[in-house]
Design a binder for this molecule. Structure first.
Ligand SMILES: O=C(O)C1=C[C@@H](OP(=O)(O)O)[C@@H](O)[C@H](O)C1
Ligand SMILES: C=C(OP(=O)(O)O)C(=O)O
Length: 433
């Protein structure tokens, strides 16, 4: 949660048109920052995420002895510690970033010394037992504060385990793989829903051997990482705001270049297609296992239909669900979201805040423990939106505001900078009024 509350006024638009290239993917940037900081040699990451969350990951590896330099072209150079982090007397500040805290906990569990991971008020409320339990099973010494941060880690030797994740979480999977990288023997993580696989791809990119089956991933310990030079693909979770906005207006024409299209992240394109949009993917390329391409979206000519997002889809679309729910009233048949209980333990309770803000804009919405039913055929009106200091809520309701009657005020708009500082400027550049 950020300290100051900035208000931002969003006016209705007629369509969204233009061509954009978005800053680097947050999930990939976190993993590159951490593994670059751990590897031997100097890595460069062009188009590194500009968000505050990834700056938290860079700040942590820097405090642990890595050298971090922002390059003139917006990339980052990270000179790693060759597999041995320095001990840090100061607490490591993970800011608002769950990814930083959980994945760093895995990486630090075998490192000599004592480390304390702290976060802001929002992060200090989020569940950390999900990493403590499997890391302790590997032999880690990790103490939480009532299930939450601060996390105190006393580095020790770990051994590999075979672990089935009880909740779909790429952060937990990656934390265990990062711990397994330095453990004795083999660590296997099994998951019933295949979550984003950037952790396994990044480990391979830095030279580690990682094996996969349909529902598991394994790493054998004591492997050394070597620096890489890479380009971070544009963030598809940031693109989601523009893609959903374009889908609201039959006259839109949006092109996104250099966009990350990893199949474990691109489910939104299928959902938009199910809602009636036409999505063309061009110039597909691969770099270190990550797919990148150009996406052209033509909106549904007669408006969006309706759809249900549940099961594996809900886990794969977890960060896109707030914006999907926010545009749902403008569909004909509504959007139903289930199996998304995890939304309640993100930067805010995203189910409650989406329902509250949709109601503020005049929509009818039904809230469930694990999702929402948002009926279609509803015209929203401008209102004051409470972002709760949550970047995805601030951005989701900026999109809903584009088709509302009257102006909408987004309170806590500055939170967009957690993942996407350029959001409001880019939105103004493509929204036609
Ligand atoms: O691994 C990652 O980079 C992320 C995984 C997801 O969290 P969970 O692992 O908690 O589902 C997602 O919500 C978060 O924004 C980024
Ligand atoms: C949940 C998110 O991130 P994190 O868990 O890393 O804070 C997010 O970016 O929506």
């Amino acid at each position: 949660m950020l300290e100051t509350m900035t208000e931002r006024i969003i006016k209705p638009a007629r369509n969204l048109s233009g061509s954009l290239r978005l800053p680097g993917d947050k999930s990939i940037s976190h993993r590159y920052a951490m593994l670059g900081g751990f590897a031997e040699g100097t890595s460069t990451f062009a188009n590194f995420s500009t968000g505050a969350d990834c700056a938290s990951s860079l700040g942590c590896v820097q405090a642990l002895g890595a050298k971090v330099d922002w390059l003139e072209d917006g990339g980052v150079a990270v000179t790693g510690t060759g597999g041995a982090f320095a001990s840090s007397a100061e607490p490591l500040d993970c800011g608002n970033s769950g990814s930083t805290m959980r994945m760093m906990a895995g990486l630090l569990s075998t490192q000599a010394g004592e480390f304390t991971l702290v976060g802001d008020a929002s992060l200090s409320r989020r569940p950390m037992e999900r990493i403590r339990k499997p890391l302790m099973a590997m032999g880690a010494n990790l103490v939480l504060t009532d299930g939450h941060a601060p996390i105190v880690i006393r580095g020790t030797s770990l051994f590999g385990i075979d672990y089935t994740t009880p909740i779909p979480s790429a952060q937990v999977k990656t934390a265990l793989l990062f711990a397994g990288l330095q453990a004795e023997g083999t660590t296997t993580v099994r998951e019933s829903v295949r979550t984003r696989d950037h952790g396994e791809l990044a480990l391979r990119a830095f030279g580690a051997e990682v094996t996969r089956t349909v529902d598991s991933v394994s790493i054998t310990g004591k492997q050394q990482l070597k620096a890489i030079d890479s380009i971070v693909p544009g963030d598809i979770s940031s693109a989601a705001f523009f893609l959903c906005a374009a889908a609201l207006f039959p006259e839109s024409n949006l092109v996104l270049d250099g966009l990350g299209l990893n199949p474990t992240r691109a489910t939104l394109l299928d959902v938009l297609t199910a809602l009636g949009a036409t999505v063309a993917v061009l110039d597909l390329e691969e770099k270190y296992g990550e797919l990148v391409g150009t996406v052209q979206l033509n909106p549904p000519p007669k408006g969006m239909g309706g759809t249900t997002v549940s099961g594996a889809l809900a886990a794969q679309l977890i960060d896109e669900l707030p914006v999907l729910a926010a545009i749902a009233p403008y569909s004909r048949n509504g959007i139903r979201i289930r199996d998304a209980k995890e939304l309640r333990v993100k930067e805010s309770d995203r189910i409650a805040l989406v329902a509250q803000n949709l109601r503020a804009m005049g929509a009818e919405v039904e809230e469930f423990e694990d999702g929402l039913d948002v009926p279609g055929g509803q015209q929203l009106h401008g209102a004051q939106i409470d972002s709760g200091g949550d970047h995805r809520i601030a951005m989701a309701f900026s999109i809903a505001a584009l088709r509302a009657e009257g102006e909408t005020s987004i309170l806590g708009a500055e939170s967009a900078a957690i993942s996407f500082p350029e959001f409001f400027d880019l939105l103004e550049s493509v929204a036609e009024r």
